[in-house]
Design a protein around this ligand. Structure first.
Ligand code: PFF
Length: 445
């Protein structure tokens, strides 16, 4: 049962901190680049607004009314079959699967902050070999920064909702906005800025394949932290009377803003210096450092603050990935917060070590199945299956299982005449779309 409550601004910052992460600054630009820009961005924006908003409200509602860990929330709110419905709360455990590879990417980012102080790679070939060298034979470097990640995330969570999570986000989020906003403004002074705007906002529908479409929808879930119990767990600490609708809209606004600003900035730099937007996951770790090199002295500075911003974004998200499981063990097993934080922390840490090994020359063959190593299995399975599945379960639960009167009591006053549209959406449109996405993503790969 939650006792500590976020302050109003604390909740907005913590949930925004959860949403704004590697998904916005690392994944979104490379996916937009890979799938041709404008049309992908358009599908993403529509999904975020229509489905993302509805599911975020749904997830917040369950947390707000349940006031507990994810399992207890479903159990409490289900009018019948309580014991069975509590398993819907298992979505909290999938966040640890995300965390196992997410923490590894944070380790790369921390490493890149430090290396940005010295020489940057002068060519794409050199940057590629630095990056793949780190993956294939830089076990100890990754291990070291994974340990740092483990210590930071565990220490923050052990300090609790107010003293740890809220404080962290109240400090890091404004700094993150400052850095991304500042770098974006700098990017607007380049001649290639208009090229980047065209690329991101002029849709070329011939590029919109089924895979691009479902990836955009899947990404909308990932970026808003939906379907994993993160928003639900934070919402259990919402103050009474805080508007769920306004909070959701603000979080979505900030999340989208950061993705768009980061995308425009990255594509401007790429076009200005002759890089390709379709570079894939290496966009930030391979193409970008070369561009920073080409910028000269200012490049080192930009590289340092860029990776610092990325680390801030990622750490605030990581905390929200671990908190749901910690909350579970506190509420249901009576563990103290410190014990739960350390044990869950150790779990993702050890799992993360195995993920690092899955990319090394020595162990990759043991940790690769069906052409995918463990890292890419976790990334793919969580985005393609678990997050949309979590969203599907929640929309069915609120749409069909919870008594309408209970839902209406909280949301009708806030949504007014839009209540019926939202209710229809989570009962019919969102579940169908989510089922289509799950099936297509699973069959497309
Ligand atoms: N929203 C985060 C990002 O965009 O990087 C990732 C994430 C955090 C996904 C928390 C799911 C979650 F529960």
């Amino acid at each position: 049962m939650q006792i500590a409550r976020f302050s109003k601004i604390g909740f907005i910052m913590a949930a925004t901190g959860s949403a704004v992460g590697l998904g916005n600054i690392w994944k979104f630009p490379y996916q937009a680049g890979k799938y041709g820009g404008g049309a992908f961005v358009l599908v993403y924006l529509i999904t975020v607004l229509v489905v993302g908003f509805s599911i975020m409200l749904t997830e917040m509602l369950i947390g707000y009314l349940g006031r507990s860990d994810t399992f207890s929330n479903f159990e409490k709110l289900a009018p019948r079959h309580k014991a069975k419905w509590r398993y819907a709360g298992m979505q909290a455990f999938s966040s640890i699967l995300i965390m196992a590879f997410y923490a590894v990417v944070i380790a790369w980012v921390l490493n890149y902050i430090v290396t940005s102080f010295s020489l940057l790679p002068s060519s794409v070939a050199q940057a590629k070999s630095t990056f793949s060298g780190m993956l294939q034979s830089g076990f100890f470097v990754q291990f070291f920064y994974l340990t740092v990640t483990f210590v930071i995330v565990t220490a923050v969570i052990a300090r609790g909702i107010k003293g740890g999570i809220e404080k962290l986000n109240l400090v890091l989020m404004p700094l993150l906005f400052l850095i991304i906003g500042g770098m974006f403004l700098y990017a607007t002074t380049f001649s290639a800025f208009s090229h980047a705007v065209t690329f991101m906002f002029r849709p070329d529908f011939t590029k919109l394949t089924t895979t691009a479409f479902v990836t955009a929808v899947g990404h909308a879930f990932f970026t808003l932290s939906l379907g994993m119990g993160a928003i639900m767990t934070y919402s259990a600490s919402l103050q009474k009377g805080q508007s769920l609708v306004k909070s959701s809209l603000l979080i979505i606004f900030f999340d989208t803003l950061v993705a768009i600003l980061a995308g425009l900035m990255l594509f401007t730099f790429l076009y200005q210096y002759g890089g390709k937007p379709s570079a894939g996951p290496g966009l930030v770790f391979i193409s970008l450092p070369v561009i920073f090199y080409q910028m000269g002295g200012v490049g080192n500075f930009l590289s340092i603050i860029f990776f610092i911003a990325l680390a801030f974004a990622a750490i605030t998200s990581a905390v929200s990935l671990v908190e749901p499981t910690v909350q579970y063990f506190m509420d249901r097993n009576g563990w103290k917060r410190t014990k739960a934080s350390v044990i869950i922390g150790l779990f993702f840490y050890i799992f993360g070590i195995v993920v690092i090994m899955s990319q090394t020359i020595h162990f990759s063959s043991y940790l690769t199945w069906g052409g995918r190593n463990l890292f890419s299995w976790l990334d793919y399975l969580t985005a393609a299956l678990l997050l949309p599945l979590g969203g599907l379960v929640m929309s069915i639960f609120v749409g069909f299982i919870m008594p309408k009167s209970q839902v209406e009591k909280v949301l009708r006053p806030e949504l007014g005449f839009l209540f019926n549209a939202w209710y229809f959406n989570i009962r019919y449109i969102a579940p169908i779309l989510l089922m289509v996405v799950i099936v297509s993503l699973l069959s497309a790969q």
